[in-house]
Design a protein around this ligand. Structure first.
Ligand SMILES: *Cc1c(COP(=O)(O)O)cnc(C)c1O
Length: 397
């Protein structure tokens, strides 16, 4: 058995459920439940305010940054945790714009996650400058890299289709055009090997509740290329990013290094969960995870295409152009997904018609994939989805 195969036992996976939505919210690592309980009673309960020093709460954003860094190919002291991904996008984008004051374009693509684009819109409105958010189809990004582009802001893996950008190549092209590169690794971290340092990208951000399994509301991460870490302007000048927060100076002085990207009080309980979630990754090779994820995805595509002709693949067919999820379009995709969930196979749905399935080799194996396809085939063949109860849209899809 390989290291990857041995991880399933570390997760709490409800009986009878096949979980193909770890790309949206990773399952609970058993140790995270224990660690949170221990942090609540043993640290918050018993140490009270002393927890900041004695339990190291204050240092967790940077300590966990160093634990997470190898998973995204980042060096020591280049990653810090905190806040939510939307906020980290905002900070990185603002810092990138500051580095190219004479340029006027933020370049992104239509495969980006809406909140990234919304944060850019909000920032543009706030600075009230002459900045334009240009959103082009993913395959046209490089054609729009010219001397007007201040920041190329992309999400490496498209949340809807799983389409994977070539980070090294696009970063090189952005740099050739003189632009700053900002990568959102929300669907990359814990899904595939990332060589952040090798790419020379200036900034990267991502979340920890998807493939990294740190739980709902767990903190986001931000990376600044080390040679820029002392000059990047954090935009959100909170006290935890101050050079000496407990001097309580009247004026703001950013901390040296990546810690200036901290904003306010870190979410201590979620950090405890993240710490335990990262334990599960110890000794796991991202290259092996990637190889397994490709095997599982290929198996799923092959089986679904031969057994469920009603569904159309919308993910790239070539595995090298795909992240760790597979999406199929089906007109009644929402109802079909609800029927599937009711039958114990959990994926999710993205408007207008995309059924999304995440492949997470730490706790999903080929047997799970075959079982899931059998259930899907049954639902499609018998039109089980065609019931009113499955068509009622919930707030979160
Ligand atoms: C999941 C995801 C987000 C979510 O942002 P939050 O602030 O954590 O809610 C943002 N961007 C991308 C690309 C995502 O995939």
């Amino acid at each position: 058995m390989s290291e990857v195969d041995m991880r399933k036992q570390h997760f709490h996976l409800p009986e009878g459920i096949i979980y193909l939505d770890g790309n949206s919210l990773g399952p609970l690592p058993k140790k995270a439940a224990e660690r949170i309980a221990q942090t609540v009673t043993g640290e918050w309960g018993d140490l009270l305010i002393k927890g900041w020093n004695e339990a190291g709460w204050f240092y967790q954003p940077a300590v966990l940054g160093n634990r997470l860094a190898p998973l995204i190919g980042a060096p020591d002291n280049s990653v810090v945790l905190g806040d939510t991904l939307s906020i980290k996008v905002y900070q990185a984008l603002a810092a990138g714009l500051k580095m190219r004051p004479d340029r006027t374009v933020i370049l992104s693509d239509t495969g980006n996650f809406p909140t990234d684009l919304y944060m850019a819109e909000g920032l543009i409105k706030l600075i009230d400058g002459d900045i334009e958010l240009k959103v082009v189809p993913p395959e046209q990004v490089e054609d729009h890299l010219d001397e007007s582009v201040a920041v190329m802001m992309l999400t490496q893996v498209d949340y809807r289709t799983g389409r994977l950008h070539d980070m090294a190549s696009l970063t090189r092209k952005a740099h050739d055009a003189g632009a700053v590169a900002l990568w959102d690794l929300a669907h990359s971290a814990g899904a595939l090997p990332v060589d952040l340092e090798g790419s020379r990208a200036e900034f990267a951000v991502g979340c920890t509740y998807k493939y990294l399994n740190a739980g709902p509301g767990s903190p986001a991460f931000i990376y600044t290329r080390p040679d820029l870490a002392d000059e990047a302007e954090p935009a959100l000048s909170g006290w935890m990013g101050h050079a000496s927060p407990f001097a309580f100076d009247m004026g703001y002085q950013p901390s040296p290094g990546i810690e200036r990207m901290r904003v306010g009080t870190p979410p201590v309980l979620q950090m405890a969960a993240l710490d335990a979630a990262l334990d599960v990754w110890e000794g796991v090779s991202m290259h092996e995870v990637r190889a397994r994820s490709i095997e599982l995805s290929e198996l799923f595509i092959r089986e679904v295409e031969s057994r469920c002709p009603q569904l159309t693949l919308v993910s790239p067919r070539a595995s090298e152009n795909r992240g760790s999820q597979v999406s199929f379009a089906f007109e009644e995709g929402y109802a079909a997904m609800q029927a599937l969930i009711a039958a114990g196979v959990i994926g999710d749905f993205r408007a207008p018609d995309v059924m999304r399935f995440g492949f997470t080799p730490l706790y999903i194996d080929a047997e799970d994939v075959l079982k899931a396809v059998a259930v899907l085939e049954d639902i499609m063949t018998n039109r089980t989805w065609d019931r009113q109860e499955f068509k009622q849209r919930a707030a979160v899809t």
